[in-house]
Design a protein around this ligand. Sequence first.
Ligand code: CP
Length: 312
Amino acid sequence: MNFKGRDIISMKDLTREEIDHILLGVEGIRNHPQRGKLCKGKDCAMLFFEPSTRTRTSFEVAMRNLGGKIGGFYDANITSAVKEESLWDTVKMHDGYGFDVIVIRHPLKGAARVASEAAVIPVINAGDGPNQHPTQTLLDLYSIKETQGRLDGITIAMVGDLMNGRTVHSLSEALLKYNNCNLIFISPRDLAMPRSLIDKCKKEMSGKGGSVTEGSRIEDFISDVDILYMTRIQMERLQESALAEKFRSIYRLEASMLSGVKDTMKIMHPLPRVTEIAQDVDDTPYAYYFQQAKNGLLVRETLLALILGAIK
Ligand code: CP
């Protein structure tokens, strides 16, 4: 399997075998004797048109840990985008400055795909609007496998703003590649998973021994799940402020709600959290979101090393 020069834009573009290969590579990177030199001389352009803490920092540290360099920008307001330079031209410029890979985050769905068409060098999607966040999904899958020992046969509830949350869209697409998974979508009706994705999940899951269930209350499902995947309400994507205000605090997981859950159940969250997980949950054995975010470092190191041809 060869990932050298490959774009990572959507989970739809990766086969199950390719995902499994990336996840297996994480252990190889962790113990690689040349880890600090694998990407020596390589340069990564970070084009961040939207704010980020985890994705940005973990890509930076990942590149540094591999001996590589980074450039680019984290605030489009200090670039010529404010002078109406197009995304295409911005990417073209970075493509021509000697970088080896581009990591891009952008508020518009499809922006990462456009970037990959503009660039000769590989492009990694670090989140394009409400669409996809494939590197988050890879670290989510790694974390599920680490805690449950498998990806087949998982029962997972995804909770929150499923209409606008790109992480749940990416994760659902990825889990369609595994067998016997039960997806439970918990949201207010106004923030439900896009109907086209629900229909796709139902169709494909039923052929693989899995299921798709929709609901609106965490309490109705919490005792059945292996993974409770909480997400925040995406205030920045809710144009209608009345809707945003109505739902901003609709879900709040508290430690008192966790009696009766499976011993092995883990709570995940792509972070940042706002009010949807109370701090008293952090001290329970079910909280996994900070470790999940930490796992992103090694997963992103692995992906960079694969794409830059440092490992196979
Ligand atoms: N999970 C995630 O994408 O976090 P950031 O927005 O902080 O990068």
